[in-house]
Design a binder for this molecule. Structure first.
Ligand SMILES: *Cc1c(COP(=O)(O)O)cnc(C)c1O
Length: 368
């Protein structure tokens, strides 16, 4: 971890986003935050204490993340969206021992979950995932009811929920999503008394009829919209600011260039600042010569190519900029040019990828 890179995570912004979503969903609907990939890069170490008392469970991707939540002392519902694979027998057993709800998405997965339950001597809890059109994990709709019946027959596997995932809920045209919803609905009456869930952030915002018993809230929890089309769906507050400090400031005369490939030429005598972040820290290389950072409240354009762990910014118009000054790399103001959503647009990607990439080398601290 690089101590000089800081992600300041705002507890009040996360609480605000949760409150907005609670208003949007029906009172009895459970709110299950999706905290995979270390809370989309925002840091479980800082967010756990904020979230634990406000939510009705957690959804994670890997067994490792699920078990880590138990080690933190979380005793409630944990849904693991993937399973333990192949030779990870010890992990499979721990998931059963720790009452982590696993996803059954195939007969093979069911067989290995059953085997773990037998070894441990306790019932495994599972949710069944149905592929209603995403074409990824999940049992086909046509096999779901048979599988539900088969699981109900098993003494050592307890089916407590059923879910699906939408492929295009963030798009304005809901035709495909509504088709997926209809497919999912065709199974629900045959599912018995199970926790039914389908909604990701996009469906939380834009498709109330898909909220069912629980919503799986990912990106919106952290304060970003799942797509530009949904940008006005909820008044979300981004919860992260990323900062570093200027480690050097130098003069480069008119006509000088900087960075690999010397892709930027200074058209005037310039002052250039060096910022210790690069693509190795998750700052996208294709932001080179495009993005800007903020120093002392002013814009400093990224000049030349972003390197692995440093980049240069033009501070000619910020005469007071000096070594040690704070560099705001990501702003928590959604309208700022260096907001997560705006950087995602510049880099040709989505907010999810921006925050996940930044999460790895950075020190997370909780503010307000
Ligand atoms: C990641 C994920 C979510 C959350 O999606 P967002 O768009 O971030 O809200 C929900 N469900 C499943 C199955 C996921 O993998």
């Amino acid at each position: 971890m690089k101590n000089y890179l800081t992600a300041s995570i705002s507890a009040s912004a996360v609480r605000h986003n949760i409150a907005l979503v609670r208003e949007r969903i029906a009172p009895g609907t459970k709110l299950c935050p999706v905290v995979k990939d270390d809370c989309y890069g925002h840091g479980m170490d800082v967010l756990y204490s904020v979230l634990a008392g406000l939510v009705d469970g957690f959804a994670v991707a890997s067994p490792h993340e699920a078990l880590a939540l138990r080690r933190r002392g979380y005793k409630g519902f944990i849904l693991c969206l993937l399973s333990a694979y192949f030779d990870e027998l010890e992990v499979q057993d721990d998931l059963v021992r720790q009452s982590i709800t696993q996803t059954v998405m195939s007969n093979t997965a069911l067989a290995s979950i059953r085997a773990a339950a037998e070894r441990v001597g306790a019932a495994a809890r599972v949710h069944l995932k149905v592929d209603t059109g995403m074409g990824r994990l999940g049992v086909p709709v046509g096999q779901a009811v048979d599988l539900i019946d088969a699981i109900h027959e098993l003494a050592d596997v307890e089916l407590t929920g059923i879910y699906t995932h939408f492929a295009t809920a963030d798009e304005a045209d809901k035709t495909t999503t509504l088709y997926q919803l209809e497919q999912f609905r065709s199974i629900i009456p045959k599912a018995g008394d199970l926790v039914v869930h389908a909604a990701n952030s996009a469906a939380v915002i834009d498709l109330p009829e898909a909220h069912f018993d629980m919503v799986r809230l990912g990106i919106a929890l952290y304060g970003y919209h799942p797509s530009e089309g949904l940008a006005h769906g909820l008044d979300l507050k981004p919860c992260m600011e990323v900062s570093a400090q200027l480690i050097a400031v130098k003069h480069l005369s008119k006509g000088s260039r900087s960075g690999y490939g010397l892709t930027h030429e200074y058209t005037r005598d310039s002052r250039v600042g060096i910022v210790p972040i690069g693509y190795g820290d998750g700052y996208f290389r294709n932001l080179s010569n495009q993005a800007l950072v903020r120093i002392n409240g002013k814009d400093a354009p990224v000049c030349g190519r972003v390197s692995m762990d440093q980049m240069t910014v033009d501070v000619t118009d910020i005469p007071d900029a000096k070594v040690g000054d704070k560099v705001e790399i990501i702003s928590s103001n959604p309208a700022a040019p260096n907001s997560v959503e705006n950087l995602a647009r510049l880099a040709g990607t989505i907010p999810y990828e921006i925050t996940c990439h930044l999460g790895h080398n950075i020190r997370h601290v909780l503010v307000d």
